[in-house]
Write a protein of this length. Structure first.
Length: 166
């Protein structure tokens, strides 16, 4: 029986050696695949960085182009745009002097706004209602005048000539 035990021990040692060898081969395969995956991941990361850099460059170009176009459109805008906007705001919100602020007449817009605020405060006395009505009438008249002038006449009068009232 001791010889059987010895044979059995030898068989176990052989099996253990085979198992170690199989485990080592499997570990080598896993290590090789892990290396390949790591290399692939590095390559993908490099590609992603490259694509991100290209996207950022394209985004910068697009933003620069947008800003340049916006500046060009703003600088080349004619008096027509301001004419219609100032006219409509003069009719609707003339009592607040908004149409004056649109045309760049900050002092005159502030005067209309200040008089309106004083009129609102004085409206409990009764006189304030007339003051607010007067500023509304000024805005209405100026809005109608703005809209009835030709584009060239409006531009020359209010944007070049800087005529502040009526």
């Amino acid at each position: 029986m001791s010889e059987d035990n010895k044979d059995l021990g030898d068989d176990l040692n052989d099996m253990l050696g085979d198992a170690k060898e199989g485990a080592k081969k499997a570990a080598d395969k896993v290590s090789d695949k892990a290396s390949k995956l790591a290399d692939d991941a590095k390559e993908l990361a490099g590609d992603a960085k490259e694509k991100a850099a290209e996207f950022a460059e394209d985004a910068k170009e697009t933003a620069t182009e947008f800003v340049d176009n916006a500046k060009e459109a703003f600088n080349s805008s004619s008096g027509d745009n301001k004419k219609v906007l100032a006219g409509i705001l003069g009719i609707l919100l003339g009592w607040l002097g908004v149409h004056k602020f649109i045309l760049g007449y900050n002092k005159e817009g502030g005067i209309l706004l200040g008089i309106t605020i004083v009129g609102i405060i004085l409206s409990c006395v009764g006189v304030g209602v007339l003051v607010v009505w007067a500023t509304s009438l000024i805005g209405l008249i100026e809005g109608i005048i703005y809209l009835t002038k030709s584009d060239e006449e409006f531009y020359n009068t209010y944007q070049v000539g800087k005529k502040p009232w009526f």
